[in-house]
Design a protein around this ligand. Structure first.
Ligand code: NDP
Ligand code: MG
Length: 381
């Protein structure tokens, strides 16, 4: 029985993690979880899973919830609550499915506490990959990818040696606007951007997919998870999202992992690694039914956010912290209808141009740069 702490339980990855736990009650037990502001969601999950600890974002929500739930359920709030959930003594694994760089500090604390980390929260790696990877190495803690592309690479890497990798090929569906020109993007609405052709995901990552920043964040995530230089990470447009990513080895062989677009498969693999569990009832891949797979070269001028991510990654240091914080701030302004879709990339570009890079920043510096970048971007509007 694996005991699980889950951060971001009410989100898209969070609820699909609960599906996996629900499907295998003999294998998994939910010990602790966190939500943001969805208190109704928390109530239902407490009733169903009977956890030992729950954390919510706001103190007032914690005070309300505490009065309602059985005394055996400890209710906490804020960053301290996230840390307590992440490090719960009765958990073996932390599934980090929270949104944004708020996941960084609790993840570092969980690594310190020796927990296995199943990481969906890519912003944490983009913000401070050098600190997270170093901490995991020092502690001998496994960092298992949940993101489908990184899970694909991780699966294709089993039994292989990293030194034999020639390059990683990360596939990209192209997002909601893949068939539009740059000129067509000027007036697109929030609802159009939220309409992803292949995946049903949280709002922020759906916008990131439309702007191609999601792929940019994933390139940086892959750089850290697999210790691969940026020159050896390619992005390939593949509209069907069937090949989740590939590794090309020195001997020219290419290993790919395929599957239906269903995040519960990579979530479950991170929870069962190095084993696998049956997914009864889940749709199997039927290639004869699909018939054709398509591939196209990525256009870095059409998708400027992807180019910004490569550039920030190559510059390194605090530049990716700024990339991520500016993107989080800009996407939230777009979702609030305060800026246009193309305004997202303009704000990110401006934030990157404005920043004097600091190489090898420590945690305090990172947190300060993250905070300042958000404030600066908000001030520009
Ligand atoms: P969602 O927006 O659906 O969910 C985010 C979760 O985080 C919710 O539980 C939300 O709580 C919680 N949350 C948000 N802000 C805070 C905060 N400040 N403090 C505490 N909790 C907070 O996101 P997704 O599930 O789509 O994505 C989660 C992460 O996984 C992201 O990093 C994303 O990039 C990554 N990912 C997602 C994929 C997907 O298919 N969705 C695929 C691959 C990676 P509440 O709703 O209660 O307010
Ligand atoms: Mg992905």
């Amino acid at each position: 029985m694996k005991k699980i702490s889950l951060m971001g339980a009410t989100g898209s990855i969070g609820t699909q993690t609960l599906d996996v736990i629900r499907e295998h009650p003999e294998e998994f037990k939910l010990t602790a979880f966190s939500v943001g502001k969805n208190i109704d969601g928390a109530r239902k999950m407490i009733a169903e899973f009977n956890p030992l600890m729950v954390s919510v974002q706001l103190k007032e929500d914690a005070d309300t919830l505490r009065k309602e739930v059985p005394s055996g359920v400890k209710i906490l709030s804020g960053e301290e609550g996230l840390v307590q959930v992440a490090c719960h003594q009765d958990s073996d694994i932390l599934v980090n499915a929270v949104l944004g760089s708020v996941g960084l500090y609790p993840t570092l604390q969980a690594i310190e506490a020796g927990k296995i980390i199943a990481i969906a929260n890519k912003e944490t790696l983009v913000t401070a990959g050098h600190i997270v990877m170093e901490a995991a190495r020092e502690k001998g803690v496994a960092l298992l990818p949940v993101d489908s592309e990184h899970s694909a690479i991780f699966q294709a890497l089993q039994g292989e040696k990293e030194k034999n990798i020639e390059k990683l090929i990360i596939t990209a569906s192209g997002g909601s606007f893949r068939d539009r020109t740059r000129e067509d993007l000027a007036g697109v609405t929030v609802n159009e951007a939220l309409n992803h052709p292949n995946w049903s995901m949280g709002a922020k990552i759906t916008i990131d997919s439309a702007s191609m920043m999601n792929k940019g964040l994933e390139v940086i995530e892959a750089h850290w998870l697999f210790d691969i230089p940026y020159d050896k990470i390619d992005v390939l447009q593949h509209r069907e999202s069937i090949i989740h990513s590939m590794i090309q080895f020195h001997d020219t062989s290419v290993m790919a992992q395929l599957g239906t677009p269903d995040m519960r498969t990579p979530i479950q693999y991170a929870l069962t690694y190095p084993d696998r569990l049956e997914r009864a009832g889940a749709k199997r891949l039927d290639l004869a039914e699909i018939g054709k797979l398509h591939f196209e070269k990525m256009d870095l001028e059409r998708f400027r956010c992807l180019r910004f991510a490569y550039e920030a990654g190559r510059t390194g240091g605090s530049m990716t912290t700024v990339l991520n914080a500016a993107n989080e701030a800009a996407v939230s302004l777009f979702l609030d209808k305060k800026i246009s879709f193309l305004g997202i990339e303009d704000l990110i570009e401006r934030a990157l141009d404005n920043h004097e890079v600091i190489q090898n920043p420590d945690l305090e510096t990172i947190r300060e740069i993250d905070r300042q970048t958000r404030l600066t971007v908000a001030r520009w509007i």
